[in-house]
Design a protein around this ligand. Structure first.
Ligand code: ZN
Ligand code: ZN
Length: 442
């Protein structure tokens, strides 16, 4: 637990001087209504697009055996080495991990549930929280949401194209314009051809050892492809001169990549070949891609993915080719805000004011009538006097106020007040919903 000293003298926070309060962990946040607005938009949009293409929603546990990710994602990746949250189980001291990404768990589920017996490929999509112990920075959280899709059991190039096409549609439907987003694509080969390339890459980097950052000096030994991903300015020149992996692909990888590019052309999906595009996780083979946009702060990656033909076997199943994509939800949200998509809370147009105990109780029945007719009715049943309730109604800017007092309860009536004209009418309870409906229509 992290305890922080309470902020002194701030009445709004109702924290007493010197008192310690429990706060959220560093890099974590509460997801409030204004965030859910975007999260819901993103999820509903994904549902529409992916479900049409027969992707089914899956939610794997947040907690898994740590070895799943060590095996699947790769022990020498930053995600596993530095960023994974590890816990020790009380009963058997087994190491558990808060999931740092989605693919390994879905592949685990695919194998565990025998889904290789179903019609292939099996298609999934998911939305949920993931955890990485990264250095917190603007728009980056240690608990973050990802939206992703996976197709397991499909080796044909149509699977890569389908994932890319749906990713593009998903972004466009969220309001990102065709002109803004662009697709970077590369192939990083397979276990047959990659070793030869890595040998060449190491040879090249060895010569330029003095010109690269210390991270890259480590990477070239432990996880060589990752040097191509280095954002360090020093390294970018070296990177540009590195041998292009596409020149080292085996015939199978080359044919696959060529066929994919042809299919993207056919589908009218523009792309940029990026010979330095590699992904942070070890399981990728052949196709890798990323969707980016350019804004005033530079190039922003919205999401990406690729093929992972070896992962089912690595995790302990039979070999099944697969391809997937994942989007950082907070990143999407940040860009949606930047592009002017604003959260507008739903505000009622009618407010119910109640005075006295009998009216307070009766209010539940009135509220139920409105709920059944799907008309939003504002209330604050905890408040007792007329003035304070009218103040709330005023702040909400409602068109009508319903007033229920002691006398109205006895008569079975309710006062309907038009806030514009100030006119008041007495209306029987059973007619109030239809009367309000009529007025809201005009
Ligand atoms: Zn290959
Ligand atoms: Zn570097």
């Amino acid at each position: 637990m992290v305890y922080k000293k309470g902020i002194k003298k701030d009445k709004k926070l109702s924290i007493k001087k010197g008192k310690k309060t429990v706060q959220t962990l560093r890099g974590m946040k509460d997801v409030l209504a204004k965030d859910w607005f975007y999260y819901d938009l993103i999820l509903n949009n994904a549902k529409k697009i992916f479900e049409f293409y027969n992707f089914q929603r899956i939610e794997t546990p947040i907690l898994e055996k740590a070895e799943l990710f060590e095996k699947g994602v790769g022990e020498k990746t930053d995600v596993i080495e530095k960023e994974m949250y590890i816990l020790k189980a009380k009963e058997n001291k087994e190491l558990l991990a808060l999931r740092p990404e989605g693919t390994a768990s879905i592949v685990r589920s695919y194998i565990e549930k025998g889904m290789f017996n179903l019609t292939q490929p099996v298609k999934f999509y998911y939305f949920g929280p993931f955890f990485r112990h990264e250095k917190p920075q603007a728009g980056r959280y240690r608990q973050f949401y990802q939206l992703g899709a996976e197709m397991i059991g499909g080796g044909d190039v149509v699977a890569d194209a389908e994932i890319i096409l749906l990713s593009k549609l998903f972004l466009e439907n969220l309001g990102f314009s065709k002109k803004n987003i662009f697709l970077l694509i590369n192939s990083i080969g397979c276990p047959n051809c990659r070793p030869l390339y890595i040998k060449e890459l190491k040879k090249y980097y060895k010569k330029l050892d003095k010109q690269i950052c210390s991270d890259c000096r480590r990477r070239i030994k432990e996880n060589p492809l990752r040097v191509l991903d280095c954002k360090n300015e020093k390294c970018s020149l070296v990177k540009q001169g590195a041998p292009p992996i596409l020149d080292y692909l085996c015939p199978e990888c080359r044919d696959h990549f060529k066929a994919l590019l042809e299919l993207l052309d056919y589908l009218n999906i523009p792309y940029i070949l990026d010979k330095t595009l590699v992904r942070g996780l070890d399981y990728y083979t052949k196709t890798v891609f990323e969707f980016c946009l350019e804004n005033e702060t530079g190039r922003i990656s919205l999401g990406g993915g690729g093929r992972y033909d070896e992962l089912t076997e690595t995790i302990g199943g039979i070999k099944k080719p697969a391809v997937g994509v994942a989007f950082g939800v907070e990143r999407l949200m940040q860009e949606m805000v930047r592009q002017g998509k604003k959260f507008k809370p739903t505000v009622p147009k009618v407010f119910l004011v109640q005075i006295g105990e009998a009216a307070q109780k009766m209010s539940f029945k009135i509220l139920e009538q409105f709920r059944k007719e799907k008309i939003l009715l504002g209330e604050n049943l905890g408040k007792e006097n007329l003035k304070s309730q009218l103040k709330i109604a005023d702040r909400l800017g409602v068109k009508y106020v319903l007033i229920l007092g002691q006398q109205e309860v006895l008569d079975g009536m309710i006062i309907l007040k038009d806030m514009n004209s100030g006119l008041q009418e007495l209306i029987p309870w059973e007619k109030i919903v239809s009367e309000v409906k009529k007025r809201l229509k005009n």
